[in-house]
Ligand binder design. Structure first.
Ligand code: FES
Ligand code: FES
Length: 164
């Protein structure tokens, strides 16, 4: 339960209590924990570079007061995989070069992961619709769509129970 200066969340699978002043956003709180995959760009809830999954929903952390995340389950890109042990979706983005500068990539990978949990074989239109909140300023959209399809195929081949 939130106190004046702390919140309790499940962060990448582990329960944690984090410092969070009443005015602080979830983005500020997570970056202080060195979760730098969560990035600020527009700061207005428009571009999606600050995306995390909160209770299996993509949210813009730059406009979300940290206190509103109290008691929720938060997934950041660091919780999906790490170098040498990437998630299937991360592997697919590497394989298909689904990025250029990479600034948008953590948010897009998280959104794509949740999409594939909900819809294992999305169409191009469904991918575009689901990722509409994640802007790629490099315009790597064709490769991003290819990466989501590749991840879907890889997950199906693994006969896994869902994207991680
Ligand atoms: S930085 Fe949060 S949506 Fe753009
Ligand atoms: S890869 Fe550069 S913003 Fe998307």
């Amino acid at each position: 339960m939130a106190t004046n200066d702390r919140i309790t969340i499940t962060l990448n699978g582990s329960p944690v209590e984090l410092p969070a002043a009443p005015h602080e956003t979830l983005l500020e709180v997570l970056r202080r924990e060195r979760l730098h995959g969560c990035r600020e760009s527009c700061g207005q809830g428009v571009c999606g570079t600050c995306t995390v999954l909160m209770d299996k929903r993509a949210v813009a952390t730059c406009i979300l007061l940290a206190r509103l995340a109290d008691g929720t389950e938060i997934e950041t890109v660091e919780g999906l995989g790490v170098p040498g042990d990437l998630s299937v979706v991360q592997e697919a983005f590497v394989q298909e070069a689904g990025f250029q500068c990479g600034f948008c990539t953590p948010g897009i990978v998280l959104s794509a992961t949740q999409l594939l949990r909900e819809k294992p074989h999305p169409t191009d239109d469904e991918i575009a619709h689901y990722l509409a909140g994640n802007i790629c300023r490099c315009g790597a959209y064709p490769e991003i769509v290819s990466a989501v399809h590749a991840a879907a195929d890889m997950l199906a081949a693994e006969q896994g129970t869902g994207a991680r």
